[in-house]
Design a protein around this ligand. Structure first.
Ligand code: ADP
Ligand code: MG
Length: 213
């Protein structure tokens, strides 16, 4: 789905990415790993079209991202979902409303929204938190809401940039379980992390490919 060929990025004299070549295939779970400052978030910025690549370096379904116009880049961005560390949940809406909000904006028929919502609610076990006050949810519950919102959107791939931050190991494994569940129902997952415990757990449970920066 994504092909990266000899992608490099310098910020002035600082060489951040050096001749990166890799692919992201549909349905897989792939991890971008490397120490802090190694260029993980820079690579993510290329993947979400925030940084424009040079010609012949980043391809989406065989199309060179470098030659897409602004409206085509917008269209590409709508195919990707990124989960941010601060979740970007809307505080005034319930978890359920947060999850379906993007579908309402797209004017998806209500029957379709309900079907998709019920499926994701079962998958991530949301029934006890769906109507709670967002501000009262735990870190872990917010993470589930953010993942549910990603899944319901049916993106081509979901990027999670350092989802485990400074978590204890139990929460790390819970996070890993959500990523595995999302992957098992067909989502392509790009996980950016330097969390060894998370990587070890995933390696035991799924076929994990890694891009080392
Ligand atoms: P990581 O996510 O792996 O921690 P980043 O991709 O955020 O790494 O950053 C890699 C390096 O590039 C860091 O040294 C960072 O300071 C530098 N950098 C990132 N963005 C910019 C920018 N817009 N201008 C200058 N330097 C940058
Ligand atoms: Mg980063």
């Amino acid at each position: 789905m994504i092909n990266i060929e000899n992608l490099s990025k310098n910020f002035g004299n600082l060489k951040v990415l050096k001749n990166i070549s890799t692919t992201i295939n549909k349905g897989e779970i792939i991890s971008i790993i490397g120490p802090s400052g190694s260029g993980k978030s820079t690579l993510v910025k290329f993947l979400i079209g925030q940084l424009r690549p040079h010609k012949n370096t980043v391809f989406y379904k065989m199309e060179d991202l470098a030659v897409l116009g602004e409206s085509e880049i917008q269209r590409y961005r709508r195919k990707i979902w990124i989960i941010f560390q601060d979740y970007q949940l809307i505080q005034s809406l319930s978890p359920q409303e947060n999850i379906i909000y993007p579908l309402l904006l797209e004017e998806t028929p209500l029957a379709v929204i309900k079907k998709k919502y019920d499926a994701v609610k079962d998958l991530l076990d949301l029934s006890t938190i769906e109507t709670k006050d967002i501000k009262k949810l735990s870190w872990w519950e917010k993470q589930k809401v953010a993942m549910a919102r990603a899944i319901i959107h049916s993106p081509d791939f979901i990027i999670a940039d350092e989802p485990t931050g400074n978590l204890d190991s139990e929460s790390t494994f819970q996070m890993a379980d959500i990523l595995i569940k999302a992957n098992q129902i067909g989502n392509t997952i790009v996980l950016v992390t330097h969390d060894e415990a998370l990587l070890q757990y995933l390696k035991l449970n799924v076929q994990l490919r890694m891009i080392q920066l």
